[in-house]
Ligand binder design. Structure first.
Ligand SMILES: [Zn+2]
Length: 270
């Protein structure tokens, strides 16, 4: 993991250490994150063949990207974005059987380092493909705090909300362990709760566009993602409070309106 101002400049070093061959497929969103991805293309294209897909995160875009990546025999994926482009990258990596890096452009949720994708997208994929896709955690994370600090203030609130949720998530997990004998990891549960505690202990310092806030939030969000990797499930990070968010996503979709950011919805559930 590379973390701090200008962490994105370490991407060449990461690629060399992983002995990556061309081509590399870069996945970004269609607007702000596209510009970050384009800078990345410029910095790498003298050494690597780079393909760049700017996606809105829809299922059709994903299917097109799978086809394009298979045809080009892509060796590595790089996801650049807040939420949807990272989810698309994870699914593509699982489908192609290749590694992936993430360059988060906001601190809005704990999917940055987690082996999971959004509930809505995984549901759509299961319906479309007739099977679930099991995604892996990223090989490397380049968390550039200069880029993350440019994101809107609501992304910081959302990241904070997704962290506070770990308190109810872990309680639900404990219940599932006691009542239904589900596998439980004390280590993963403690790590997840620590992420929530760190965010809450620093609640008054967490303000958008402060270097210190970004550090606290991103590290805690990554910690939560690692807790999920240790547990081998989303249990340490997602409980009944996440069901509130999933329900609001479904209601928003039926009403044809944009849902509130994930972490805000989750905070209401918490
Ligand atoms: Zn979440």
């Amino acid at each position: 993991m590379f973390f701090g101002p200008n962490a994105i400049s370490k991407v060449g070093e990461v690629l060399r250490s992983l002995s990556i061959r061309s081509p590399i497929l870069l996945i970004s969103g269609p607007s702000v994150t596209k510009a970050v991805a384009e800078d990345l293309v410029s910095s790498l294209e003298s050494e690597y063949k780079i393909l760049h897909v700017a996606t809105t995160g829809g299922l059709e875009d994903l299917m097109d990207a799978i086809k394009a990546a298979r045809k080009s025999e892509v060796d590595l994926l790089i996801g650049v974005g807040g939420g949807k482009p990272l989810d698309i990258t994870k699914i593509l990596a699982a489908e192609l059987g290749v590694r992936y890096l993430v360059v988060p452009t906001s601190a809005s949720h704990d999917g940055i380092a987690s082996p999971s994708v959004s509930f809505t997208l995984s549901r759509e994929i299961e319906e479309r493909m007739g099977r679930a896709i099991r995604v892996e955690a990223p090989t490397a994370i380049l968390a550039d705090t200069t880029i993350i600090n440019r994101a809107s203030p609501v992304t910081f609130k959302s990241g904070f909300g997704d962290l506070v949720a770990k308190i109810t998530a872990v309680r639900d997990w404990e219940l599932a362990y006691k009542l239904r004998d589900e596998p439980y990891s004390e280590y993963a549960a403690s790590m997840s709760l620590l992420s929530a505690k760190i965010a809450m202990d620093h609640a008054h310092e967490i303000r958008a566009r402060l270097e210190e806030s970004t550090r606290i939030l991103v590290k805690a969000l990554i910690g939560s993602g690692v807790a999920m990797s240790i547990a081998g499930s989303s249990r340490p990070a997602s409980g009944s409070e996440h069901m509130f968010s999933h329900a609001l996503d479904i209601l928003s979709s039926e009403a044809g309106v944009k849902p509130a950011p994930h972490g805000i919805q989750v905070a209401i559930g918490t």
